[in-house]
Design a protein. Structure first.
Length: 460
């Protein structure tokens, strides 16, 4: 049993196992033959530990043999280990296989990436075909918003979210039967669900004023499993339907399933429903036509995979009673670090460079060492995976690797700052099944394979 020590001060722990190494050096060296003792060459393990409330982040770096005078691994670790002491965040790239002159050779691309980041944050068009900006950075730093109108939109949306959540918690807004809401059912897929799932799993506790469930797939069996977990609490459940385009087929299937279940229970769905979608979308029009409780905007300059700091993530967070101001402040604090021009002190740039297609390390693995972060890898897959086909522009130019890494690291930091004490709560993700329709005669028709007209327009 290898002894370990965890720090409560968010500090790096170097646990060298001198005694074990001296007693059984062959165990560490992978040699079954008895080896001479080497008391001056201890072996050990490196762990990076962070304990914040109920969240302990432990990263195992690897086994190594320390030669205190000439160990290249130890020297490399000292050179390429980055620690933000003020934020309690660490990144170690010392075991990545890149040459010593890697950063020097990449400097022209680094300069270009910084230039593009500055352009994006000031409102440059990032999607020429749709003439869209990319502005999820503005959500956590209003000063960066390129126009007063956008700043006002962000401020008003956050204010409305806080007011709505407070009205739900105090009973000013109640369910159709007059009882207070106790549960949230979020219906979405991809970035519309994974971000809120990760936040809920990582920060949720038993003391939350509302618990949350998800329809994150179009699997009928998955719907039934969620309803079974909710038992007889449907009458006190608030349903949040999330779709940026307002025409997502899988989300529509989940919404129709919920509508049918509410009707079977004698409940009016519109008295329990909230929409998060693009202004003027088919879902927005459908919610307005049927007098849903509320509608919150998802701006066209926010991508689904980076939408967790918009109403997509902030609304369910506020309903759970989590601190959305701290959440945004954590990301803004990390932004300050990831805009420094010193590459060795920029965690997002370091990560982006190591993930760049022309590096020697195009693949990576996420291992969560705490149960509350089991959804993290799914969020990472969405963030990176959905960007993989888009690494080149319409002109064949490679896109900025710094962008997605920055968003991911900001999410990690904001989660730490928005932490709520208490035991974490986990929701199991539905297993994916290749069912793109709802094959039950008791359910409404679901032309999910049809691309025209849009899904929500069929319901009007």
């Amino acid at each position: 049993m290898i002894p370990r020590s965890y720090s409560r001060d968010l500090a790096l722990q170097l646990n060298f196992i001198y005694d074990a190494a001296r007693r059984s050096p062959e165990r560490f060296e992978g040699n079954h033959r008895r080896q001479p003792r080497r008391p001056h060459s201890p072996s050990g393990f490196i762990w990076i530990c962070r304990l914040e409330g109920s969240i302990l982040n432990v990263v195992y770096i690897g086994y190594f043999r320390i030669l205190m005078s000439s160990s290249s691994l130890w020297q490399r670790f000292q050179q390429y280990f980055l620690h933000y002491r003020d934020l309690g965040f660490s990144l170690d790239i010392s075991r990545m296989k890149f040459p010593d002159d890697f950063f020097e050779k990449m400097q022209p691309k680094i300069d270009k990436a910084f230039e593009r980041m500055r352009a994006l944050e000031t409102g440059a068009i990032a999607n020429p075909s749709e003439k869209r900006m990319v502005g999820h950075y503005w959500l956590r730093n209003l000063a960066l918003a390129p126009t007063p109108e956008i700043r006002t939109e962000i401020e008003q949306t956050i204010k409305r979210i806080k007011t709505f959540a407070a009205d739900i918690h105090t009973g000013k807004i109640t369910a159709g039967n007059g009882k207070p809401f106790k549960h949230v059912l979020l219906i979405g897929i991809g970035g519309s669900a994974l971000g809120p799932q990760f936040v809920s799993d990582a920060l949720g506790s038993r003391r939350d004023p509302m618990d949350i469930f998800f329809f994150d797939n179009t699997d009928p069996d998955g719907f039934d499993r969620v309803f079974e977990k909710m038992s007889d609490e449907l009458a006190q459940t608030l349903v949040v339907v999330v779709s940026k385009s307002g025409g997502t087929k899988e989300t529509r299937n989940g919404m129709l399933e919920a509508e049918v279940r509410f009707k079977e229970e004698g409940l009016q769905f519109n008295k329990h429903a909230v929409a998060v979608t693009g202004v003027g979308s088919d879902l927005d029009k459908y919610a307005e036509k049927n007098s849903w409780l509320a509608r919150f905007p998802m701006h066209d300059w926010i991508g689904g995979r980076t939408s967790v700091m918009s109403a997509v993530g902030l609304l369910p967070m506020a309903l759970q009673g989590l601190g959305i101001d701290d959440f945004l402040a954590g990301a803004a604090a990390m932004d300050e670090h990831t805009r420094t021009q010193d590459v060795t002190q920029n965690a997002a740039m370091l990560w982006g460079l190591e993930r760049a297609p022309n590096s020697d390390n195009p693949s990576f693995v996420f291992v969560e060492w705490i149960d509350a972060w089991l959804s993290f890898s799914n969020t990472c897959k969405e963030l990176h995976g959905t960007s993989s086909p888009k690494r080149a522009s319409c002109k064949g130019e490679k896109k900025n690797p710094h962008n997605k890494a920055s968003a991911l690291i900001c999410m990690v930091l904001s989660l730490c700052d928005a932490r709520e004490s208490g035991p974490p709560k986990r929701e199991k993700l539905s297993a994916y099944k290749a069912k793109f329709t709802i094959p039950r005669t008791s359910r409404p028709p679901t032309p999910s394979c049809s691309r025209s007209p849009s899904a929500f327009s069929l319901m009007r």
